[in-house]
Design a protein around this ligand. Structure first.
Ligand SMILES: Cc1ncc(COP(=O)(O)O)c(C=O)c1O
Length: 445
């Protein structure tokens, strides 16, 4: 009875992002531990998505909770506006500098991924204004995700009515993404010459390099279903950005903090961005938080000028203390190595067992940010009807798991602290979900 009442209230009063209004899965989570979630009826679900790919260190760790408690006893809040400081924000800045690519050691603290990307766009515009030019255009990728707030919704390009109610912000340009399985240029890797990366240069030249402020991209596309770039992609893009004086913003909101088997996904290649966006794994979802890292060149250019970006809660001491603690855990528990190992094992199982299913077309992704694409047949690569997304999500719940679904892609992105035996159990569940799909589920539109 209690659960039914809760679900009814939820359905009638709460708005759920990225879902139809009044959508509700029919159960309510009450507690969690490690990779396990428990609902108000006592049912247990394995978290094979780490929620929104943010609870990297697992649910309800006592050591992180203790850190938050201790910080609350000492100092709950003082602000960073107008030049004031608190101890945890400085400690977090110093800690971040030990794990970020060298040179990215100037920070603005934020509270979500969208706010971070929005700040990156503003910093890009301020940087060029201070330099005496009015470069303002921003280039992002098709199928990208940088958040839903008004300032970033146009950079996001996921379709599905993302910005249909408002005019798109001016000055945003989308270019084809890296998506080798369904190449937008209908080429085949590696003979393609990485045309998706080279197309950036064509667009910058076409728009006029004096008007393009920055290019933003995820180092592995997350919300569109864990699409990894070919290894040449980001080095080529970096070269083009440098050649044309366009700032390179890497959005590590989802990929950062060990998710892909490196501390940051951009470390898979020899690339040095001008700005990096972080959130999610930075505090493992224990509180809302994020940070924008900017290069010394950007910081020094802006030095002395008024900085009109940020919010009341920037540098919240509790969030900062949790951030420091999480980085300690990532380092002490060698999460990078753990993810690289478990990710390689998971990929092997996907490439052998999962790919043996006639309706699995491809395995994609890095580390523990892996996905398979469900197709009508391997030969045609046809997409099943759009109901496949809800069907996969429901089948996950029926098999006792919260799974990550993006369109016709079924992801695997558990908390990074998952053990080998838990990981194998999770992959068994994903396999059963795929195996339960019927010809009806796979029918094209
Ligand atoms: C790469 C990336 N950037 C930005 C965001 C937006 O973050 P938030 O939901 O915290 O606003 C997300 C969220 O999934 C993301 O994956």
């Amino acid at each position: 009875m209690r659960t039914e009442e809760l679900v009814k209230y939820d359905r009638e009063h709460l708005l759920h992002s990225l879902a139809p209004v009044r959508a509700n899965m029919g159960f309510v989570i009450e507690s969690a531990d490690g990779v396990w979630l428990t609902d108000t009826k006592g049912n247990k679900y394995m978290d094979l998505a780490a929620q929104a790919i943010n609870v990297n260190l697992g649910h309800n760790r006592k050591d992180i909770i203790e850190t938050a408690k201790q910080q609350m006893e000492k100092l709950v809040f003082t602000m960073m506006l107008r030049g004031f400081s608190n101890l945890p924000s400085i400690q977090l800045g110093q800690k971040l500098a030990t794990i970020l690519p060298p040179g990215l050691d100037h920070y603005l603290f934020t509270h979500s991924g969208a706010e971070t990307c929005d700040a990156a766009f503003r910093v890009a515009n301020l940087y060029w204004k201070t330099k005496g030019t009015r470069k303002y255009k921003l280039i992002s990728l098709n199928m990208s995700y940088h958040g839903t707030s008004r300032g970033v919704a146009t950079a996001t390009n996921l379709g599905r009515g993302m910005i249909e109610e408002m005019p798109p912000s001016p000055g945003h340009i989308h270019i084809p993404n890296y998506y080798c399985y369904r190449c937008p240029f209908e080429k085949t890797y590696p003979s393609c010459g990485i045309q998706c990366a080279r197309f950036l240069e064509y667009v910058i030249e076409n728009e006029g390099k004096d008007s393009v402020a920055a290019f933003i991209a995820e180092p592995e596309q997350g919300a569109s279903g864990f699409i990894a770039p070919p290894p040449e992609y980001f080095p080529i893009v970096q070269e083009i950005c440098r050649k044309h004086d366009v700032l390179l913003i890497i959005d590590e909101v989802m990929t950062g903090f060990c998710r892909t088997g490196r501390m940051f996904a951009i470390e898979h290649w020899d690339v040095m961005p001008d700005m990096m966006c972080m959130s999610k794994g930075m505090v493992s979802g224990y509180l809302p938080f994020g940070a924008l890292a900017v290069s010394g060149e950007i910081f020094e250019t802006l030095a002395g000028s008024y900085f009109p970006v940020g919010s009341t809660q920037s540098g919240n001491p509790i969030c900062c203390a949790i951030g420091v603690k999480c980085i300690d855990i990532y380092q002490q528990e060698r999460i990078v190595e753990h993810v690289a190992n478990l990710g390689a094992m998971a990929r092997t199982r996907m490439e052998t067992e999962f790919m043996a299913l006639p309706h699995v077309g491809v395995v994609d992704g890095l580390g523990l940010m892996l996905a398979v694409e469900v197709v009508t047949t391997k030969e045609s690569k046809g997409k099943p009807n759009t109901r496949i997304s809800d069907r996969l999500q429901r089948l996950g719940v029926e098999h006792g798991a919260m799974v990550r679904v993006s369109g016709n892609r079924l992801g695997y992105s558990p908390p990074l602290t998952i053990t080998e035996s838990e990981s194998n159990r999770g992959l068994d569940i994903l396999y059963s979900v795929l195996k339960s799909l019927t010809p009806q589920d796979l029918k094209p539109e």
